[in-house]
Design a protein around this ligand. Structure first.
Ligand code: ARG
Length: 462
């Protein structure tokens, strides 16, 4: 064996790898992020090997101590990663050998890097599900805070970004609480499904050693060992599910971010973003830019890109492990980092921002926002079929528009000219406060209804 041949499989090889081979093959540049999971998995594996009498207790103890040293070196930043050692698994094992000698060579009994990487990555993604759940809950609390202070603050509700009907700020904030709750549900579901342990499935076929897979599964907080060894080493569904949930969540954040960008503009002035989450311009002294919101709006690009990327890597791969699957990690790392940062930034922005009641009310009162209330009044008080009421109201809107007025500014005579049965009682429903107060149906924007939802969510998130 030449000196340059790999120490892990050098027995079969006469020559070491070409530099380009090493460059395309190495994953240590990114999979060093799996160090903690790798060492946890190895500790559980060694303990199980000893419990089953496959290695001695003293070897297991040497391995346990050695792995702790390796972990502290990595966390302390003194560990020297080697590209020649390809990935985190071989870097850790090689260092363990330097530290404890011969027993290190027994750690890989009844295990392969295939089940090892499947385990490490799964545990990493499982942690990210937890991080996403924490980030989502924090953002929901910030939204609840906004909803509570603005439970009856009137603002325009939009469809097609055209003024539709008055709603409340609280109701609008609570819409995002609901969206994020579905995101949380997706991360929890994915977490529950991924919680099967692949360790001990070895290269692909299982092992002839009398291992105890229940023990390692339990030790590593999995619900059970994965039932099919071929599936366990080739499954990356857990990462795809995480990315899918992350994509939908990032899309939600993008929508909220877009609203903040619009609302904080000089044309809308619905909200003032805090200085802490804004930037200035190097040339225009008056500018206060919502950069954090814009970047949050953009993060979906990376997250969805990662999702499409990993689907494309996995598509068409035959069972079981193929090296293609090493391309699974960087995109998931980037997507997870992007999502956690976007959640944190959004939480900060929402917590800090201040609604502008005057601008919200003025906007809610313009654009004939209570036209539906007028039509509903005609149905309720004058007995018109809704389609006719819609038509009559449309004529009044056209009349008001031609005079540059809003609906409440029309005279009773003008109202009567559209339909003789209109009385001055109609003016009661044309104000925005009455409008929102009247929307008492379940899930509607009436302040009492919104307050009930806030109370419910405060309890759920407590
Ligand atoms: N670095 C590899 C990966 O991330 C580990 C598994 C290697 N397995 C193998 N049979 N070469 O996929």
């Amino acid at each position: 064996m030449s000196d340059s041949a790999n120490t892990m499989w050098g027995g079969r090889f006469a020559d070491g790898p070409d530099a380009i081979m090493e460059a395309i093959n190495a994953s240590i540049g990114f999979d060093h992020r799996l160090a903690r999971q790798d060492i946890e998995g190895s500790r559980a594996h060694a303990a199980m090997l000893a419990a089953q009498g496959i290695i001695t207790d003293s070897d297991a103890e040497a391995i346990r101590k050695g792995l702790l040293t390796v972990l502290s070196e990595i966390e302390g930043g003194t560990f020297v990663f080697s590209t020649a050692l390809e990935d985190i698994h071989m870097n850790v094992e090689a260092r363990l050998k330097e530290l404890i000698g011969e027993p290190a060579g027994r750690l890989h009994t009844a295990r392969s890097r295939n089940d090892q990487v499947a385990l490490d990555f799964r545990m990493w993604v499982r942690d990210q599900c937890d991080a996403a759940l924490t980030g989502i809950a924090a953002l929901q609390k910030a939204l609840l805070g906004q909803a509570e202070t603005g439970a009856d603050l009137v603002m325009p509700g939009f469809t097609h970004l055209q003024t539709a009907q008055p709603v409340t700020w609280g109701h609008h904030m609570m819409a995002y609480v609901e969206m994020l709750a579905r995101d949380a549900g997706r991360f929890s579901d994915a977490r529950a499904r991924m919680n099967e342990c692949p360790l001990g499935t070895a290269a692909l076929a299982g092992t002839s050693f009398p291992i105890d897979r229940d023990m390692t599964a339990q030790e590593l907080s999995f619900d059970r060992p994965a039932a099919n060894s071929l599936d366990a080493v080739s499954d990356r569904d857990f990462a795809l599910e995480f990315l899918s949930a992350a994509s939908i969540c990032a899309m939600h954040l993008s929508r909220l971010a877009e609203e903040l960008v619009i609302w904080s503009s000089a044309q809308f002035r619905f909200v003032t973003m805090s200085d802490r989450f804004s930037t200035g311009s190097s040339i225009m002294p008056q500018k206060k830019n919502p950069d954090a919101a814009e970047l949050t709006r953009a993060k979906i690009g990376r997250v969805l890109g990662a999702t499409v990327g990993l689907f494309t890597v996995m598509k068409g791969l035959p069972l079981t492990y193929s090296k293609d699957m090493q391309e699974d990690k960087e995109q998931v790392f980037d997507a997870a980092d992007s999502l956690m940062l976007a959640l944190a930034a959004m939480e900060g922005m929402v917590r800090d921002m201040a609604a502008n009641p005057e601008a919200l009310r003025a906007a809610a009162s313009s654009g004939f926002s209570t036209a539906t209330d007028l039509a509903d009044w005609l149905v309720r008080e004058a007995g018109l079929p809704f389609r006719d009421a819609h038509h009559v109201t449309g004529r009044l809107v056209a009349m008001a528009e031609a005079e540059g007025k809003d609906l409440p500014d029309l005279t009773l005579d003008q109202m009567k000219s559209a339909h003789e049965s209109i009385t001055d009682g109609v003016f009661d429903v044309l104000g925005v406060d009455n409008s929102v107060r009247s929307r008492t149906s379940y899930g509607g924007t009436a302040p009492d209804q919104v307050r009930a939802q806030i109370a419910l969510w405060k309890e759920r998130l407590a």
